[in-house]
Design a protein around this ligand. Structure first.
Ligand SMILES: [Zn+2]
Length: 144
């Protein structure tokens, strides 16, 4: 379906570690040098001052995220030069609709919940397979 619409994207993350979640949670909440220490610890790339201006997650621990349970993935839109494009209005298939919106609808059409519809903090790259489960259900059922 994505091919028919000429939408190009890559999966950037599936399962997430607690180290990664701690780094993401710190982003926008702690000073840049502290955030970058956590990013380095998690094996993630270094952020700029601008990158650290925005809070990117409400999940304090990885267990507060569908990513911990293998039920979520994040994507990135790929532009005509083959590079990641975070522009929310990007329309690389030139059909007058944001590619992010199209990819979100595509995910929903196959039963995924799209982060672009999160009311308090929209998360365009995020998709999750809820199947009726809440984070609380998943926490109760987790092993280890
Ligand atoms: Zn995500």
């Amino acid at each position: 379906m994505a091919e028919q619409n000429s939408l190009h994207f890559i999966v950037t993350q599936t399962l997430r570690s607690q180290e990664e979640q701690a780094a993401y949670y710190a982003r926008g909440r702690l000073p840049l040098n502290e955030v970058n220490k956590l990013y380095k610890l998690a094996g993630l790339g270094i952020l700029s001052e601008l990158d650290n201006k925005k809070i990117v997650t409400k999940a304090k621990t990885v267990w507060d995220s569908f990513h911990a349970y293998g039920r979520a993935f994040d994507i990135a839109i790929i532009n005509s030069e083959g590079k990641i494009d975070w522009d929310e209005a990007a329309d690389w298939n030139s059909d007058g609709v944001s590619d992010w919106i199209q990819v979100g609808k595509l995910g929903e059409s196959i039963g995924l919940e799209w982060g672009g519809n999160f009311s308090s903090m929209p998360d365009l790259p995020h998709f999750q397979l809820r199947e009726g489960y809440t984070i609380s259900d998943l926490k109760k059922g987790r092993l280890a």
